[in-house]
Ligand binder design. Structure first.
Ligand code: PCA
Length: 325
């Protein structure tokens, strides 16, 4: 009898605890810009699951992928203004706000995973501080695979890009178009397949991942694996939303974020060769590009690092010095 009563009491306490947890459960919307099968998106879905589990159901995150809730360029503002609580952005999309946001998209500054990691380590404090001033708390960042050139026609040097309709995804890729004399059109990944189908663009730089996600081989026959930079997606949360969580839930979120960062870097690197293999399997010619093309691109990189250094001032100079140490 006593045992029954005790277990009844325990069950009642548990039920009450569950009811309380459910009553206090917080729901966040998380807009992202990239498609369902993409490795960043898969990583985010796992992150959301980890948060839900580790918080004991107190925090649940609904992921809205592929620009379905907010388009890529709108996600940052949506989180800043509280229309969404958490989001993922390509941080270099916002380099017009702050040159530091674009440091990972300067051609040939950091071209390997090891260098990209070092660049993130040395730039993270300044980027975090800048976002913090905008009411955003950085949770983690994950790089895209190295950026190469996709083109409908074969190219031997950057002269072959003159006049071409060039898809840009951030200010730096628009600047490259200007420097090579191509016509830049800004198109986010979610609209790339359509832009290719309608002939709006015929060349661009991105990763094998986005080439694969967008099935670019219908129109694009060449990929030049020049590995010019590894841009990053940053996941951040509204500071107000974060501060409203209790301590254990904040801890659960931060732990899941650290795990997502480690997992994302690993996945990105491990899948790089696989993506290029898929391009080949679908009939594309994948090469390193001619020595002339590589030399031309390096020159563009030199111009852009000079321009960036001028824009980024003392803070930028400190980041570069730390990176080159
Ligand atoms: N894919 C994204 C950004 C960089 C990348 O590899 C895109 O093309 O929009």
């Amino acid at each position: 009898m006593r045992a029954t009563l005790a277990s009844f009491a325990a069950a009642a306490t548990l039920a009450l605890a569950h009811a309380t947890a459910a009553a206090q459960s917080v729901k966040w919307d998380m807009p992202t810009a990239y498609p369902a099968g993409n490795f960043h998106t898969a990583n985010i879905l796992m992150f959301a699951k980890d948060v839900e589990r580790a918080s004991g159901g107190k925090l649940s995150i609904t992921v809205h992928e592929n620009g379905s809730l907010f388009k890529a360029p709108e996600i940052k503002r949506a989180v800043q203004s509280g229309q969404a609580q958490i989001g993922e952005v390509l941080i270099s999309n916002f380099s017009n706000e702050n040159p530091l946001f674009g440091v990972d998209s300067i051609p040939f500054l950091a071209t390997s995973y090891a260098d990209a990691r070092k660049l993130w380590q040395v730039s993270r404090p300044a980027i975090e501080a800048a976002l913090n001033k905008q009411g955003l708390k950085v949770l983690y960042a994950v790089p895209w695979p190295p950026q190469g050139i996709f083109s409908a026609k074969s190219i031997e040097s950057v002269a072959d890009l003159r006049g071409v309709k060039w898809r840009a995804y951030n200010p730096n890729t628009s600047r490259i178009a200007q420097l090579v004399g191509a016509q830049p059109v800004t198109i986010q990944a979610a609209e790339l397949t359509q832009a290719l189908a309608t002939g709006a663009v015929s060349a661009f730089m991105t990763s094998g991942a986005t080439g694969y996600d967008s099935k670019v081989w219908e129109q694009i026959k060449y990929f030049y694996d020049v590995a010019a930079w590894l841009p990053k997606n940053v996941v951040f949360v509204s500071k107000r939303a974060f501060d409203a969580l209790d301590k254990p839930t904040q801890q659960a979120l931060l732990k899941a974020a650290a795990d997502a960062e480690a997992r994302g870097w690993r996945e990105s690197e491990e899948k790089t060769a696989w993506y290029l293999e898929q391009l080949r399997r679908n009939g594309m010619t994948v090469s390193k590009g001619s020595p002339q093309l590589q030399a031309d691109l390096r020159k563009i990189g030199e111009t852009m690092i000079e321009e960036w250094t001028r824009q980024a001032g003392a803070e930028g100079a400190a980041v570069l010095a730390a990176y080159r140490k």
